[in-house]
Write a protein that binds this ligand. Structure first.
Ligand SMILES: Cc1cc2nc3c(=O)[nH]c(=O)nc-3n(C[C@H](O)[C@H](O)[C@H](O)COP(=O)(O)O)c2cc1C
Length: 160
């Protein structure tokens, strides 16, 4: 069964989680790269404002074809309670997603706000079958229990 983890990561937390999933379950990793990386103040002004508005940032990948995967794990950090603009663009770039199973992965400090619900709804509206939603706070990342639950879910997805 083929799986991929498609993610945006600004400071490396979501990337590190994706790498752990790859190590535990075997998955292709697709890191989405914004064409312009926010630096300093622009992150907390332009970047956050764009996240709040549900906007999209241009990304390097024009299309991300997931037709060859049985399970697509999609990961975003939380910015101001919302998915990042690069992640919003990631969903728009998906191709071949009809009927694919998906798991939503969110990383945040303490409060994910509306992020998980927004991502879930978007994927379901596109016709993807969301079989799991995992929100990792800093505490969850340290504890490791949720990662184990996620790995069980990924491995069980073969039979769902
Ligand atoms: C601009 C910005 C806004 C953020 N807003 C939130 C927030 O609303 N709630 C929260 O719990 N964490 C927030 N965080 C923390 C990140 O979501 C968290 O550190 C995440 O795991 C970072 O993932 P990354 O390293 O893959 O980019 C914010 C971080 C940044 C840089």
């Amino acid at each position: 069964m083929s799986r991929c983890v498609i993610y945006h990561s600004h400071t490396g937390v979501t990337r590190s989680l994706a790498q752990k999933i790859k190590a535990a379950c075997g998955a292709d990793l697709i890191e989405v790269m914004p064409k312009k990386i926010y630096g300093g103040l622009s992150l907390y002004t332009i970047g956050m404002l764009r996240a709040i508005r549900g906007g999209q940032d241009p990304i390097e990948q024009q299309k991300i074809d997931v037709a060859g995967y049985d399970l697509v794990i999609l990961g975003t950090p939380v910015w101001a309670g919302k998915p990042t603009p690069a992640f919003n663009a990631t969903i728009s770039a998906l191709k071949g997603y009809e009927g694919r199973k998906a798991i939503v992965l969110v990383t945040c400090g303490r409060d994910p706000g509306q992020t998980a619900g927004i991502v879930r709804k978007r994927l379901e509206d596109m016709g993807m079958k969301v079989i799991g939603v995992f929100v990792f706070t800093e505490k969850d990342l340290k504890e490791g229990k949720m990662l184990n639950e996620l790995i069980v879910k990924v491995n069980a997805s073969m039979t769902e």
